[in-house]
Write a protein of this length. Structure first.
Lengths: 391, 264
C-alpha cells in the first residue's frame, strides 16, 4: 500500500431519501461530511510475513484489510498485491439459509474460484474439519451460530491462498474449535504464507505475528517488533481507559518524590513487556526537598489488572527488605520476579511513604502499563530423557 | 487488484444463477411450474377482461396465445428488474467481505430469469403449433432479439441496482414504473406487426414506438404468434435502445461501484 487514503461519506441520519436530496439540491448545500478512515498510509508487507494490526475501534484496521482484499478502492494512493487472497473478514457470508451445508459449499466455492469438480474433492475435508459431516444435508438455517461459523471458517481456509486476511473472526465456536482454527493458521504460517491478522487479543497477536502495525485514527503510529509495538499500544490504550478507577492517579506531599522512573528488563533495556521468568526492574531516581535526611522510607509497588482490580501490593517493610534513606537525591530499584499465571495487560504502581511521620510522599497508582506474556524459549522443548526397553 | 479471468467469472455467474434457481423453488410444491403458471394466470385474467368486458381482443384470433407471446417476455423483463434492483442491497454482507466483480449480482438475476423465459418459450411454441400457429423462418430472429433484449434488461438492472443503494425510493419507483411501462408497451395489444390495427396510425403510434420495449415486443408477436417478418423499425429501436441502455448501465455501475461498496 502506498500513500493510501480512504474517505467515507458520513451520514448523521442514514434515512436518505430522494426528497432530502432534492431539497439539498435547491438549497445548494451539501449535507455530506467526509470521514477519513485511512490517511496516507504506506505499508509494504513481504511474502511470508505474519503481520498483526492493532488499534482502537475505528482506527482503520478493518478498512485496511478491506483495501488489501480489493473490496474498497482507495480514495487516493495505490494498493496492490501479488497472489491469491483469502479473506476471513466475515464467515459464511454467501451461505443461503434454505440451502443445505453441502449445497452452500458447492455454490460458494465459486467465490473463491473453485469449480464444482474442485469442490467435490474438497467438501468431505471441509465438512470433517468443521465437524459437520453428519449435517451436510441439513439446511444451514437449522445450524447453530457456532456450526454456521465453523463451516464458514473451514470453507474459507480450505483453499490454498497465498495471502490470508483475518479479521477478529477466530472467536468462533468452542475452545476446541478455536484451537483448531489457530492450528490451521499456524500451518499457513509454517508454509510461508503471508498472514495479516486484525485482533484485539494481544496475546494472540504476540504469539502469531512477527511484526505488528499499530494504527490510530487512520495513521500508522508504530510498525515493528511485536513486543515493542504492543507495549506502546497497550500503554496508550490504558491511558485512554474510560474507567476512572483504572486511570493513572498521582498524589502525595511530594516532599520526597520520584524524579525519574525507568522500567526495564535485566538486560538494562527499557521495556514494558515481560515474558514468564523474566525479571522486571523498576529503577527510580528519588529527590527530596526536606532539609534533613529522611530515614525509614517505605518504597512500595502494586500491580492491578487493567480494569483496576488489585492483584499485588507490597513494600520493602512488609518483605523485610532494607528501608530507604533519602538525603537530597538517591537512586533505588526494585527487582520483581513474577509467576505469570494469567498473561495480559497490568498496571504497575509505585509509592513512597513514611509511616513514622505518617506521610504519603508520592503515589503513582495505575501508572505504568506492563504486558506480561507467556514465556518463549528456544528451543521450546528439551529432551530430559528417553528410555528404550525390550522385553 | 485481484484479477478475474473470464473462466472464473463464468464459474461465479453459474454458481450465482444456480443458487438463485435452487433457492426460488425450495419448499414450493409446484416449484418450477410457477414460471409457466404465473403468466398463464395473468393471461386468463387479461383474456377475460379484454374479450368479455372491454370487448377488444375479438379482433385478434387466438387472443390468449397472442397475450402469452407478450406476457412471457414481459414477465422476464419485470422480474429481472425487480430482482436486480435489490441485488446489491440484499448481498451487502457478501460485497463487504469478499472481492468479486459485483456486476455479476444484477447480471445473475437477469440470467436466472432468462433461463425461465427460454423454457417457457419452448412450451409456448408447442402450444402455438397445436393451435395451428406454425412458426415461419422468421422464428430464427427470436435468438438475436432475445440476446439484445437480455443485454438491455441487464443494463437497466445495473442502473437500478446502484440507484437503489443511494436511494431506497428506487425500489418503490420501479413498481410504478413497471405498471406504466406495461400498459404503454405493445404486450396486450399490437402496434403494426401482425396486421391488426388497434392503436391507429397517428402521433400516438409514433410515440409508442419510442418505448425501448416496443420493438422487441413487436418482434415477439410477429415471429412467434404471426410467423411474419417483423418491420424494420423494430430492429432499429431494439438495437439502439439495447446498446444505449447497456452502455449506460455498465458505465453507471463502474462509476458508482467504489462508492456503493462503502455506502452499503
Amino acid at each position: 500500500m502506498d500513500g493510501v487514503t480512504l474517505d467515507y461519506r458520513l451520514y448523521h441520519d442514514r434515512a436518505v431519501t430522494l426528497r432530502e436530496t432534492m431539497l439539498n439540491l435547491f438549497n445548494r448545500k451539501s449535507s455530506t461530511e467526509h470521514f477519513r478512515a485511512l490517511d496516507n498510509v504506506t505499508v509494504h508487507i513481504d511474502q511470508g510475513e505474519t503481520v498483526g494490526l492493532v488499534g482502537a475501534n475505528g482506527a482503520g484496521k478493518s478498512t485496511m484489510l478491506k483495501i488489501l482484499a480489493g473490496i474498497y478502492r482507495p480514495t487516493s494512493g495505490t494498493a496492490s498485491s501479488v497472489g491469491m487472497i483469502a479473506s476471513l473478514l466475515d464467515l459464511g457470508v454467501g451461505f443461503h439459509p434454505d440451502l443445505t451445508g453441502e449445497e452452500n459449499l458447492m455454490l460458494n466455492g465459486a467465490l473463491l474460484g473453485l469449480g464444482r469438480s474442485d469442490m467435490k474433492v474438497l467438501v468431505p475435508g471441509i465438512a470433517e474439519f468443521a465437524q459437520l459431516t453428519r449435517f451436510m444435508d441439513t439446511p444451514v438455517k437449522y445450524y447453530s451460530n457456532g456450526m454456521f461459523m465453523r463451516l464458514g471458517f473451514s470453507l474459507a481456509t480450505a483453499v490454498d491462498p497465498d495471502i490470508l486476511l483475518i479479521d477478529e473472526v477466530l472467536a468462533v465456536g468452542d475452545a476446541q474449535f478455536q484451537d483448531k482454527c489457530y492450528r490451521r493458521i499456524w500451518e499457513f504460517r509454517e508454509r510461508g504464507k503471508t498472514i495479516i491478522f486484525v485482533s484485539h487479543d494481544m496475546e494472540a497477536v504476540s504469539r502469531l505475528c512477527r511484526r505488528v502495525i499499530w494504527l490510530s485514527e487512520g495513521r500508522v503510529v508504530k510498525d515493528g517488533q511485536p513486543e515493542e509495538v504492543l507495549s506502546g499500544y497497550l500503554e496508550s490504550s490504558q491511558r485512554r481507559l474510560s474507567d476512572p478507577t483504572a486511570s493513572p492517579r498521582e498524589w502525595g506531599s511530594r516532599e520526597v518524590w520520584f524524579d525519574t522512573v525507568t522500567i526495564r528488563n535485566v538486560r538494562h533495556a527499557p521495556s514494558r513487556t515481560f515474558r514468564r521468568g523474566e525479571r522486571l526492574v523498576v529503577d527510580v531516581l528519588i529527590r527530596s526537598r526536606l532539609p534533613n535526611p529522611v530515614d525509614g522510607v517505605i518504597f512500595g509497588f502494586s500491580l492491578h489488572r487493567s480494569d483496576g482490580e488489585s492483584i499485588i501490593a507490597t513494600n520493602n517493610l512488609e518483605l523485610n527488605q532494607p528501608l530507604l534513606r533519602i538525603d537530597g537525591s538517591s537512586r533505588a530499584s526494585i527487582e520483581i520476579d513474577l509467576d505469570i499465571e494469567e498473561p495480559g495487560a497490568y498496571l504497575l504502581g509505585i509509592a513512597l511513604t513514611d509511616p513514622t511521620a505518617n506521610k504519603d510522599y508520592h503515589w503513582q497508582e495505575y501508572f505504568y502499563p506492563v504486558t506480561l506474556l507467556e514465556e518463549r524459549k528456544e528451543p521450546p522443548l528439551r529432551l530430559s530423557g528417553a528410555v528404550w526397553k525390550q522385553e | 487488484m485481484a484479477s478475474w479471468s473470464s473462466g472464473r467469472l463464468l464459474l461465479l455467474m453459474e454458481s450465482l444463477v444456480s443458487k438463485d434457481l435452487k433457492v426460488r423453488y425450495k419448499r414450493s410444491v409446484l416449484g418450477f411450474a410457477w414460471f409457466l403458471l404465473k403468466p398463464l394466470f395473468s393471461m386468463i385474467v387479461y383474456y377475460f377482461a379484454f374479450t368479455r368486458i372491454l370487448r377488444f381482443g375479438g379482433a385478434i384470433p387466438h387472443f390468449s396465445l397472442f397475450l402469452l407471446t407478450g406476457l412471457l417476455p414481459w414477465n422476464f423483463f419485470s422480474s429481472s428488474l425487480s430482482a436486480s434492483t435489490g441485488s446489491l442491497l440484499d448481498n451487502h454482507r457478501l460485497i463487504r467481505s469478499i472481492y468479486f466483480p459485483r456486476m455479476a449480482l444484477p447480471a445473475a438475476e437477469v440470467v436466472a430469469n432468462l433461463i425461465h423465459l427460454l423454457l417457457a418459450l419452448l412450451v409456448l411454441e408447442s402450444v402455438l403449433i397445436i393451435f395451428g400457429h406454425y412458426p415461419g423462418l422468421s422464428i430464427v430472429l427470436a435468438v438475436p432479439a432475445l440476446v439484445l433484449f437480455t443485454l438491455m434488461t441487464a443494463g437497466i438492472g445495473m442502473l437500478l441496482s446502484v440507484g437503489n443503494v443511494f436511494y431506497r425510493d428506487v425500489k418503490q419507483f420501479v413498481e410504478v414504473l413497471l405498471l406504466a411501462w406495461f400498459y404503454s408497451s405493445p404486450i396486450i395489444y399490437p402496434l403494426d406487426s401482425i396486421g391488426v390495427d388497434i392503436v391507429g396510425s397517428g402521433g400516438l403510434l409514433t410515440a409508442l414506438k419510442f418505448n425501448p420495449v416496443a420493438g422487441f415486443m413487436e418482434i415477439m408477436h410477429s415471429v412467434f404468434y404471426a410467423g411474419t417478418w417483423p418491420p424494420a423499425w423494430c430492429w432499429i429501436s431494439l438495437c439502439s435502445w439495447s446498446l444505449l441502455l447497456l452502455l449506460a448501465g455498465v458505465a453507471a455501475f463502474r462509476k458508482a461501484e467504489p462508492v456503493v461498496v462503502k455506502e452499503l
